[in-house]
Design a protein around this ligand. Sequence first.
Ligand code: SAH
Length: 458
Amino acid sequence: MLLTITYTGQNTQNLGFLLYKNPARPQTVTLSYGKAYIFYPEISDTRTTAALLLSLDPIDLARGKAGSTGGGLFDYVNDRPYVSSSFMSTAISKAFGTAMSGRADEHQALSDSTLDLTAVISMLPCVGEKEKLSAVFAPLGYEVQYDAALSDEKFPAWGESRYVNLTLHGKVRLRDLLRHIFVLIPVFDRQKHYWVGEDEVKKLLSHGEGWLENHPEKAYITGRYLGRRKSLVSMAFAQLAGHEDAEEPAKESSETRVTLNMQRLNRVLAALKSSGASSVVDLGCGEGRLLSLLIKERQFSRIAGMDVSHVALKRASDRLRLESAGESYRERIALFQGSLTYKDSRISGFEAASVVEVVEHLDPARLSAFERVLFAFAKPKTIVLTTPNKEYNANYAFLHPKDLRHGDHRFEWTRAEFRNWANRIAADYGYRVEISEIGEADEIHGAPTQMGVFQLCD
Ligand code: SAH
């Protein structure tokens, strides 16, 4: 992937001083996952272009170095080496760090001036609406142009590809141009090659200083830059607003999120209790939050948690203090690893089962397997199932309308879709179902979570 920066005006070779890169000498910067090359495809008194060419090693990426997702084939077959992504941002800060800071020694006056600059960012994955490119860059003083190729020239009906070549032209300071690009490439690409933690808030605030605070798309930029980590988004917002009237970026801030989780678990617990069941298996139990509530209820004499993830089960075991527990406690509760899409006799023989915020993690093609495993094979008398209501996502300012609430969700259902699915399942497998909502509902979109309580017909 390639980034070029063109300076038009007089004595434009000075671009080399501002970037601390000699136009006469191509340079290489070594990165942990490849190399960045800096060179000048054109140099003249009136027009000089600097280029940053990034060459990533796809095998390094796949073998667990930076960028690896641990995601099987995806690690090998992906667009990462060929697009402008957070790798490009990292390369910009390594190659042009001094220019980004605005320090230019004897050329300080030039560095502090606005210059006629044009940046071309090639192959920028634009996840979401392309109109956002103008909404985000134009308020920063750029004329915005982009061209998007067809996905496949032989099949025009497939439409435009999501990759664009983006041209930004404006009268800006070089340091601002670099800082804008640094922050905004990952906003459009969305897939960061590193874990998004609190450091990212600092990075966003320092590179966003002076332009992000009052940007009309502040919520969008912040939400996408921080990869939808809601607690981080709230933190960034509080700091952008100067701590005073911290604007709420979304309804589901970290605090309300806790309450939504708690509300959900309490409602599931109530449904399980009122079913009269004495044994319950929590499918996709995660870190065991529901299990830790179930164990406190004497009504449940036999409890089990199943999850596909070892890590989640280890956390559940720690939360329940299973290792240090006495014999009788351990006889009451068991954890085991398994998948909901395979018949498993260990989940049979329970009077009730819960499936809390799990179905949406299943591949839609495996949904029918899950249905048979639970409703036909295990067949408990009561099944309590919750899943997000996709319509409610409209309330999350930083989610694009087409986005799902969590990166690992394979799908999310609208209220009608969930109702249809639940009614069909009930009819097919001999259950009655009652559907309700959990969390604060809004008039148009309903509540954030939806729940179905299935009762086996006599
Ligand atoms: N029920 C928990 C966790 C929800 S997160 C809670 O409400 O807190 C979804 C969980 O489903 C994760 O722990 C994930 O590991 C698990 N999961 C995803 N696919 C699964 C499958 N096929 N079988 C069992 N568990 C699965």
